[in-house]
Write a protein that binds this ligand. Structure first.
Ligand SMILES: [Zn+2]
Length: 1002
């Protein structure tokens, strides 16, 4: 037989174009009205009642970020009687830009939603069987969102479109089509048959007879298809395909659990307010599709997005609630939002799970069991324990497939976290969270699945994300045809929990991956949009203080506990941790709002803290210092208040040569004429922390021009070019230290290098007027320490990463995320660098003349990427960090808390404020003290083992309590070995990095 494969493939491509043009027939124009809402979106009632003006096809409409309401009126012609009729409305959709530009939501005149309109979903069913003469009236709320990052593939040219003020007012779109037309069901079915079979054929190897059987069947179908009468001949063509469509899948076929989904970023290239509408449009689409397709199962994550529906689109919410109860609209994820997991603090990550799961329990009585984070930029080693403590069992992501260096070895595995907790984890091998159920994706999933010799199934999330509308009827048609089809993986639409149960059951000895899931990409997200990072860090610590002091005030004085206020503020902070907000990868609008939210939250929390402390301090004008940190400080007990110790040695600042010597009896530091630290010695060890001839607090400026994803990525070559900022334009002694001013480029940096009485570290308080673009500013400390690994704080513990580049896995970690501290050490000696606003770091090693190794620890202070926000990070920033010489890990932990939780001093009676809880000396650290979420007034205390060692602790309550027990993150009883009641409190036997939550009933 002749090899005419290319000819058949070409015939398929061309004929599908002809078939596409025949899916609708007999179009008649509709009467179109239009109203451009001035400014921001308006309530639905207002849009429906608006004064509509006449509009036509080809009208230009839609300035960036505008809202236009359309009114469609039509009469179904008698010629359409007996046929299904659709409204086809093309507002300027580009199918290549689905989710990134025009979207609409269709309403009936009574305000009930019908479905969304999207580039891949431009139709609305008017009637399944026309009688002729029906009057049609529909309304569409459409959003003219501008296209950022280009279309099709991404481009990262700076764009003014990400802020309303700079986006201009030129209309972006034109109406392309507005008509009623007959939907030709059989033509559409033929189109689906051909697409599935053609795509399958192209994925099969030429050695497989099945490929040829499919091509020949397609060829025969075209022989009987009359392209001048496609609707009249579609059934005959389909008959030629029926045989190959009925051939069952092979026994060895991979099994795919397909889950309807739409990955809707809670903010990104659009502001939060637009996500509220995106969620409504996509959910409406899903509800409409469910009416026609009982097999559809749709998983939606993020309690926040459900809450938006409930609060802003009750008409959509009602439909969602009904389908949730049926088990088809499935809440997943158990988190408030799909958060970043590198940067949120331990308590915040616990609250993501607490608020997410609590919402689903309160609204639906559903205990979600899987954590669903397909798109966040790497996953902390703390997560497995927190997943387990939130009473979830499984974890899903696919983002690690984005690694640019190393291929992750598993798709189904057990992920072991910091404390040894193992969570069954799955990476969908299709490498996407928005599949179209295409032949290529299904075949790639089967081929790519690393565990295919041992197990048989994987998960496939399908549907257009980001407002693209979610699953479509075409995707369902493909899934139906791929259910049991020779040559293909088997595709079954299932709930995620059904997949996880089966996948875990067939893989009881799944391989184990230990430690963090580091994403070898997007390393710039630890640093971009510094004010967003700082806002997160400050908010987390203010929340700690507010809960601690408000609880203490309630228990001690009977003051009311601001339960609802704290609940609301937590949700604001949790939303900002979404995986394009906290990472700094959104447009300027989003970050401007995030900073404003943080400012508002800071004001509210400060008021709560000050109110509680005033109540606790009592009357008088004697200073009472409050210590919110988990360690005693300046004579004040951990978590308590009282007078500060008065006998601390003063800081001495003495000129020496061209520089200055600072000392406080605990640390002696030298600042040279360049304003650099040239010596840092702690009096306990007497050892020099800085490497010979090297400097501390050296600012270094690098070009920062990643290949792609400007706000997301810092590429390894940045390291090879830099400028040391060693010229000081002024140097002067100030109280406690030295003030250094430097000018570079267009920017100015002013630093106070100081010591504090009674504290064993050198503080650097930095104010930068940052006017660079596409640069990264690092602050480095060259330490006289030899070590193969650095230790960085993460949530409820710490992780180690290599300081060398032995393997590709080591080399890929050239930028790392740390919370409040990074430590490097060798037996008997170490040093820490702590910070109050910074997450990005790098730690490297170099040899030196005369032998020895210098370990350089650097903080990534600022970047200035230009896409998607062209003015990211420009402006004035104030950041603090410090070097702690002679520090062990315990010292690093203590100083990390201290720099983030300064003592607060208020006037009062001068009496001691007893802490609510006292923890025996050791490695157990209190992370939160709060009152219970249920309003019972019970005191909840969360603590963790901080050193990675087995240890014991006694937690004593400083108040009357009825009983005490261990609880989960939702504050429900959780039988926990090693937790035993003792007189006045509880005794704990902790495993390394164990998190325990205690609930004291009152
Ligand atoms: Zn995302």
């Amino acid at each position: 037989m002749h090899d005419d494969r290319r000819l058949i493939e070409g015939r398929l491509r061309r004929t599908l174009q002809r078939i596409e043009g025949a899916v609708w027939s007999a179009p008649v124009p509709v009467d179109l009205g239009r109203w451009d809402a001035p400014g921001e979106p308006v309530p639905v009632e207002e849009g429906l009642a608006a004064p509509y003006a006449a509009a036509q096809v080809n009208d230009r409409w839609g300035p960036p970020w505008g809202t236009t309401w359309w009114r469609v009126r039509a009469t179904v012609p008698d010629t359409h009687a007996g046929r299904p009729v659709d409204l086809r409305l093309d507002l300027g959709f580009d199918p290549l830009r689905t989710g990134f530009h025009v979207e609409g939501l269709v309403y009936r005149a009574d305000g009930t939603p019908v479905k969304g309109l999207n580039p891949r979903n431009q139709w609305v069913r008017v009637t399944d069987e026309a009688k002729g003469g029906e009057e049609v009236e529909l309304f569409v709320e459409s959003a003219s969102n501008p296209l950022l990052l280009g279309g099709g593939g991404f481009d990262f040219t700076p764009s003014p479109l990400g802020e309303k003020e700079t986006a201009g007012s030129e209309p972006l779109y034109s109406v392309v089509r507005a008509e009623l037309a007959v939907f030709e069901q059989e033509v559409w079915e033929l189109q689906q048959d051909l697409e599935v079979l053609g795509q399958l054929a192209s994925e099969l190897p030429g050695s497989d007879p099945r490929q040829w059987q499919l091509l020949r069947a397609i060829d025969r179908a075209f022989d009987v298809l009359d392209t001048s009468d496609i609707s009249g001949s579609a059934s005959a063509a389909r008959a030629q395909l029926a045989g190959v469509l009925a051939d069952p899948a092979r026994a060895s076929a991979h099994r795919i659990s397909a889950v309807g989904h739409a990955h809707i970023d809670s903010a990104w290239l659009w502001p939060v307010r637009e996500t509220v509408r995106k969620v409504a449009r996509t959910s409406s689409n899903v509800l409409a599709l469910m009416d026609e397709h009982p097999e559809l199962v749709y998983a939606m994550s993020s309690a926040q997005q459900f809450a938006w529906l409930r609060d802003h689109r009750p008409e959509v919410w009602a439909g969602v609630v009904e389908r949730v109860r049926e088990g088809r609209f499935v809440p997943v994820g158990g988190m408030w939002v799909e958060s970043d997991t590198n940067m949120p603090g331990g308590e915040a990550l616990a609250r993501q799970l607490n608020h997410g799961k609590r919402f689903f329990l309160d609204e639906f009585g559903i205990e979600t069991r899987e954590v669903w984070l397909p798109d966040s930029f790497g996953y902390t080693a703390a997560l497995p324990q927190l997943i387990a403590l939130s009473a979830s069992q499984w974890f899903l992501t696919q983002k690690i497939s984005w690694n640019t260096t190393n291929r992750f070895p598993h798709h189904s595995f057990r992920w072991e976290g910091l404390d040894g907790t193992r969570i069954f984890t799955h990476f969908p091998p299709a490498d996407t969270y928005g599949s179209e159920v295409s032949g290529a994706e299904v075949a790639h999933a089967a081929r790519n699945f690393s565990d295919k010799g041992d197990v048989t199934r994987s998960l496939l999330p399908f549907g257009w994300g980001d407002g693209g509308g979610g699953p479509t009827r075409e995707m369902l048609a493909r899934a139906a045809r791929l259910k049991d089809l020779d040559g293909s993986a088997r595709v079954e639409i299932e709930r995620p929990d059904a997949f996880f149960e089966q996948a875990q059951a067939e893989y009881p000895h799944a391989p184990v991956w230990v430690g963090e899931l580091y994403l070898e990409m997007h390393r710039g997200t630890y640093t971009s949009q510094a004010k967003t990072k700082q806002g997160n860090r400050r908010s987390e610590h203010l929340l700690r203080e507010a809960e601690l002091w408000a609880s203490t005030a309630t228990v001690r004085t009977g003051a009311a506990y601001p339960l609802e206020e704290l609940d609301r503020i937590w949700k604001v902070v949790l939303l900002q941790q979404f995986h394009d907000i906290l990472p700094g990868s959104s447009i300027g609008w989003v970050h401007r709002e995030a900073v404003a939210n943080y400012e508002a939250v800071a004001g509210e929390l400060t008021a709560i803290i000050e109110g509680a402390q005033a109540a606790l301090a009592g009357d008088g004008d004697v200073d009472v210092a409050f210590n919110a940190s988990p360690h005693p400080r300046g004579g004040v007990a951990a978590l308590g208040g009282g007078p500060r110790a008065a006998d601390l040695a003063e800081v001495e600042v003495a000129a020496e040569g061209d520089g200055w010597v600072l000392s406080n009896g605990l640390v002696r530091a030298v600042v040279d004429a360049r304003g650099l630290l040239t010596s840092v010695v702690d009096t306990t060890t007497g050892r020099e922390a800085l490497a010979p001839g090297a400097a501390g607090n050296l600012l270094q400026l690098h070009p920062d021009t990643p290949v792609d994803f400007d706000a997301w990525d810092v590429d390894a070559y940045y390291r090879r070019t830099w400028t040391d900022l060693t010229d000081a334009s002024s140097l002067s002694a100030v109280d406690g230290g030295v003030r250094v001013v430097r000018h570079f480029g267009e920017s100015t940096v002013t630093q106070l290098v100081t010591l504090t009485p009674g504290e064993a570290r050198v503080d650097v308080d930095t104010e930068v007027d940052w006017r660079e673009r596409e640069k990264i500013l690092k602050a480095g400390f060259d330490l006289d320490v030899t070590t193969e690994r650095s230790t960085a704080e993460v949530q409820f513990g710490h992780v180690q990463r290599p300081t060398h580049t032995n393997t590709s896995w080591d080399a890929a970690k050239f930028e790392i995320c740390a919370h409040r501290w990074v430590h490097v050490g060798e037996p008997g000696y170490g040093a820490a660098v702590v910070n109050d606003s910074t997450y990005g770091h790098d730690v490297t090693r170099r040899d030196r003349d005369g032998g020895g190794t210098t370990t350089q620890v650097r903080l990534s202070l600022l970047r200035a990427p230009q896409s998607p926000d062209p003015v990211a990070d420009l402006g004035v920033h104030r950041l603090r960090y410090a070097v702690v010489p002679g520090a062990g890990i315990a010292d690093a932990i203590r100083e990390g808390y201290r720099i983030n939780l300064p003592l607060r001093t208020v006037p009062g009676s001068g009496a001691v404020v007893e802490p609510l809880v006292t923890v025996s000396e050791g490695s157990a650290v209190v992370e939160a003290v709060k009152l219970a979420d249920d309003g019972s007034g019970d005191v909840v205390v969360r603590l963790y083992e901080s050193l990675g060692s087995r240890s014991s602790a006694t937690v004593l309550a400083g108040f009357e309590f009825g009983g005490v027990e261990a609880v989960d993150l939702l504050e429900r009883p959780l039988p926990t070995p090693g937790v035993e009641a003792v007189d006045g409190g509880v005794g704990l036997a902790l495993r390394p990095f164990q998190v325990v939550t205690l609930r004291f009933t009152r």
